[in-house]
Design a protein around this ligand. Structure first.
Ligand code: FES
Length: 148
């Protein structure tokens, strides 16, 4: 089923400039990640090598090659958020949630992101795609209990 979805999505972007990246982004959004099989589909449809597609997936932080945990936290690591404590927040979350940056535990995935457009209200995070400003003031544990 996932392969058919990936084929359908990739075929829609085949004649577009930037089509492979657009297809990978939509596959990632729809399926939660771009599996090795989906990467093969994109490579075949766009006449690219598997290495080319793996390179795209590994380059872009928002593309995942493995499914995220039920809760996916992304902490902004860009300059404005760093200036107001995003690195300390990342360290605190890693300790509290027992997961390192770029890793997935049974409960949570903790990833970096580079600017969420909330620069004046950092440090900024997303939890399952929902943005939060001034995340250093939030009870993340309580928020995770509220997420599906
Ligand atoms: S620098 Fe963090 S939201 Fe822009």
């Amino acid at each position: 089923m996932a392969i058919e979805i990936a084929e359908t999505i990739a075929a829609r972007f085949v004649d577009r400039i930037g089509g492979p990246l657009q297809a990978l982004r939509e596959i990632n959004e729809r399926l939660g990640h771009v599996s090795a099989d989906s990467q093969q589909v994109v490579a075949k449809i766009f006449n690219l090598s598997g290495a080319d597609v793996r390179g795209i997936v590994s380059f872009y932080e928002d593309l995942r090659d493995q499914p995220a945990a039920l809760s996916h936290i992304r902490v902004c690591q860009a300059e404005a958020c760093q200036a107001v404590g995003s690195r300390a927040l990342t360290k605190r979350l890693a300790e509290q949630l027992e997961v390192e940056l770029h890793q997935t535990s049974a409960r949570v995935t903790l990833d970096p992101v580079y600017c969420l457009g909330l620069c004046a209200q950092g440090p900024a995070i997303t939890i399952n795609g929902k943005p939060y400003a001034r995340a250093d003031l939030l009870d993340i544990g309580a928020l995770l209990g509220q997420t599906p």
